[in-house]
Design a protein around this ligand. Structure first.
Ligand code: SF4
Length: 823
């Protein structure tokens, strides 16, 4: 059996003194509550109360759960609300929706309060899967920083007052157009509501804005397939997968769905042993790159050249790539794709139209169209086109927008030129926000009618054509909020509310009330059989895209912006569970930072991680050197984290941080906003730049990094391998090798049966009846971190805050460790 050496830190790799000491001492310091002599219960802020300290509370839920009757005393339900049995949970199918993401879930509701979300197994798309953000969404319901009532100029008003004021404002527009600005809407009934609203105001329009947009794909698909849409991808049907920096297991398009599909190709069957092959190209480490069979690095400016070279190689032409390793990787990827024609798939994370056109050409060449790429049922996740929004910003600045109604979108934070948007917004006659919190755009709006949380809402979603998922409330609205669709219906002059509208919309389609009830019960409606089909391909744009690929200029240092699985485009920033979730790639919490390679660390930071003393100082101590990064006119100072697997001339920084403190205490002091590093090329926003200057400052900034907390290789355990591993070829030759190895290891204690009594120091108890176990298939675990947050929710595990994480006191019961191999 092959056994690679895996290491979690350079101290471990080089067996530094600090590392050796670390594995000896399980408890490194006194617990803080003993240290100040007060004990846990008398401490000022016990760690279990940290959520309360951050403003999360279920007090409002107690009121809502008891049918709006304020609870004065702790008494049992004498007159219990119908359907609630104290302590017995109810389960409702509903849907997590946020900015175009839609995941079918089952909400567990106890004593009238939603407490946990699980994936809905009936969804053929997500198949019971969730993500860290879906798991954490239940906490957002209880967020004390949610807007609790409508406001005009920041002052509380009634719904009636704000409706009247909005009606008056709309009447005073004198024909100036109304623009409805939303993030991607996946709800078909809401689209009807939008149409009705737009029809009421002649000249009005709907602009879709996605903070991290997929404009490049939408326009490339229009150029090559004649459709401004995104097809459904089928990673489960792909034997060869090549990703050009698409983090499809972490953040790209629909990772929950893709992770399920990807797992299909990684599950081993003894009778028919085969696995999909995944080759990944990227500039900075990602969740998907960490799962790849092989990974190759390149600068962000080389993305188009890599795509063009892959197209040439797939077509059997010579390629001109200077870096020998990268060239070999491209040739290997082309070979794998060609060997699996009809079962091959290439995806790219770039928002550059030319890169996406080239990728479409590669997919056409390897027979993906109509096989692993399904045009018969395209998806609805991302519809925003950057040029549409750029035009809106120009129109706002020209004073030609009468009213701006915002739902979901937050460009005052995430648009690359937010100042221009903000300046334009001030020129609109009426500004209305339907967002749930005082985000950066909402705080600039005159009228605010906060939206319900999705667990308080009715609705539907159609993430993929023909696949529907329904939303039903699991609790009465906690605050004086209203669904955004209700606001639009009201202002359209409709006489029905959204629930009536929704029921009407679906009852006709589903054959009446009983069909509607069944849909709500299951949570999903899907086609009886899947249709897979292709689209006709027009290659006219490919030559131009390839020519443009060679024109990219490299910089001495380049930056790539990325999303973290927890914080996303910024939606997770106010959620303490997500802030404290160690990022699966860097294992850092509570901040963003500049990711640099070990090679750049040597020249820029003067830190050589193969020098034990320097590695110990860097890896053990939270303060990290702060670097100043400048792109164009924007400068940001952030701590630098050294992460192996980063391209030597590239730095990477996560978006989603540096949020307005009005979003809640969890965002205070967490990171900086780097959306201003993005740029607009006239067609699409680019999330990478080659004209970067970077300099080290005299400052240091503490980062709560968990990578070196808790050691596997303890002095007591003396374990040498993280996991058993063998190649597919070895498995085919000897499928029982790992089982045999285990039996060999257990033999000294009389085998598996007797191991507990002979091989451990624990007493043996009888355990009759059902026994629960948990096992994780390491072939299919992507390291997404959803289970860590799910454990927070299920077991009421508190967060402890950044200072305690820095002391190694994080309280996660589940830990996703990150190991490296190689040197
Ligand atoms: S076990 Fe792995 S794949 Fe599953 S939720 Fe946890 S990290 Fe994600």
């Amino acid at each position: 059996m092959e056994q690679q050496k895996y290491w979690s830190s350079f101290g471990e790799l080089n067996q530094s003194d600090a590392y050796k000491k670390d594995v000896q001492d399980e408890f490194k310091e006194e617990l803080p509550f003993e240290a100040d002599d007060k004990g846990l219960l008398d401490a000022k802020t016990p760690r279990r109360d940290f959520l309360k300290y951050l403003g999360f509370s279920t007090a409002a839920a107690a009121v809502a759960a008891s049918c709006e009757m304020p609870v004065k005393k702790a008494i049992p339900f004498a007159n219990r609300p119908e359907g609630i049995v104290p302590g017995v949970a109810n389960y409702y199918a509903t849907t997590y929706v946020q900015d175009g993401d839609a995941v079918s879930v089952i909400a567990k509701v106890r004593d009238g309060r939603p407490i946990k979300l699980e994936g809905n197994d009936l969804s053929p798309l997500t198949k019971g899967g969730t993500s860290a953000r879906v798991q954490a969404a239940v906490l957002d319901l209880y967020d004390g920083a949610r807007l609790r009532f409508p406001t005009i100029d920041g002052k509380e008003v009634t719904l009636e007052a704000v409706d009247k004021a909005v009606a008056d404002a709309m009447a005073g527009l004198n024909g100036a157009p109304v623009v409805l600005l939303t993030s991607t809407v996946v709800s078909p009934s809401s689209q009807e509501v939008i149409n009705q609203f737009l029809a009421k105001y002649p000249g009005s329009r709907h602009v879709t804005y996605d903070a991290v947009s997929y404009t490049g794909m939408l326009l490339a698909n229009e150029a090559t397939y004649g459709k401004r849409a995104i097809p459904a991808y089928r990673f489960d049907k792909a034997k060869a997968i090549v990703s050009l920096a698409a983090d499809f297991l972490g953040t790209w398009l629909s990772p929950v769905e893709f992770a399920k599909q990807y797992a299909t190709g990684k599950k081993l069957d003894e009778k028919n042993p085969s696995m999909s092959k995944h080759i990944h190209f990227e500039s900075a480490p990602s969740v998907t790159g960490s799962n790849a069979d092989e990974k190759f690095l390149h600068r962000p400016s080389e993305t188009a050249a890599v795509a063009a070279a892959l197209l040439s190689a797939v077509n059997g032409q010579a390629i001109n790539i200077a870096d020998a390793k990268l060239k070999a990787g491209i040739e290997k990827a082309a070979k794998a794709l060609n060997e699996n024609k009809g079962a091959a798939l290439v995806v790219a994370g770039s928002n550059d139209v030319n890169v996406q056109i080239i990728v479409n050409a590669i997919n056409e060449a390897v027979g993906a169209n109509g096989q692993t790429i399904n045009w018969a049922a395209p998806v609805n996740y991302r519809k925003g086109v950057d040029a549409d929004f750029a035009k809106l910003v120009d129109d706002l600045n020209a004073g030609s927008v009468g009213a701006l109604v915002v739902y979901g979108a937050n460009p005052a934070y995430s648009w690359y030129d937010a100042d221009k948007f903000k300046a334009g917004l001030k020129k609109a006659k009426a500004t209305i926000s339907l967002n749930a919190k005082v985000d950066e755009t909402t705080e600039l709006c005159k009228y605010v009618i906060p939206d319900n949380h999705f667990l308080e809402s009715w609705g539907d979603a159609e993430p993929q054509a023909g696949y529907y998922s329904f939303i039903q409330p699991t609790i009465y609205p906690l605050f004086k909020t209203r669904q955004w669709q209700d606001s639009l219906l009201k202002w359209s002059g409709a006489t029905t509310d959204y629930l009536g509208f929704l029921k009407g919309y679906w009852s006709t389609k589903l054959g009446g009330e009983s069909g509607w009830n069944k849909a709500l019960q299951d949570g999903v409606i899907s086609p009886a059989a899947e249709t897979i089909g292709g689209a006709s391909f027009n290659g006219a744009a490919v030559a131009g895209a390839v020519a443009a690929a060679g024109a990219k200029k490299a910089g001495k240092v380049e930056v790539v912006l990325y999303e973290k699985v927890g914080i996303g485009q910024g939606q997770g920033a106010a959620n303490p569970w997500l802030q404290e979730l160690p990022d699966p790639v860097t294992r850092a919490t509570w901040d963003n930072y500049v990711i640099v390679s070990p090679a750049m660390a040597k020249t820029l930071l003067d830190i050589d991680l193969n020098n034990s003393g320097q590695a110990d100082a860097y890896e053990v101590m939270p303060p990290k050197k702060v670097v100043k990064v400048t792109v164009g006119k924007t400068t940001v100072e952030l701590p630098a984290l050294i992460v192996p697997g980063t391209e030597p001339n590239t730095i990477a920084i996560a978006v989603g941080y540096g949020r307005s403190e009005k979003l809640g205490k969890a965002v205070v002091g967490t990171g900086k906003n780097v959306y201003p590093f993005a740029s607009f090329n006239g067609t699409a926003v680019q999330f990478a730049a080659a004209d970067v200057t970077i300099a080290v400052t005299d400052e240091k900034y503490p980062v709560a990094l968990t990578q070196t907390h808790f050691r596997y290789d303890t002095a007591q355990g003396n374990r040498t391998e993280v996991m058993k591993e063998l190649s597919l070829a070895q498995f085919k030759k000897h499928p029982t090798e790992i089982r045999d190895e285990r039996e060999k290891e257990l033999k000294p204690w009389g085998g598996l049966e007797k191991f507990e009594s002979q091989g451990t120091i624990y007493p043996v108890y009888d355990r009759p009846g059902v026994k629960w176990g948990m096992n994780v298939d390491l072939n299919t675990c992507t390291g997404c971190g959803a289970c860590v947050v799910a454990c927070n929710a299920e077991n009421n595990v508190p967060i402890v805050g950044k200072p305690e994480v820095m002391r190694g006191h994080e309280m996660h019961w589940l830990r996703i460790d990150k190991y490296y191999s190689g040197d």
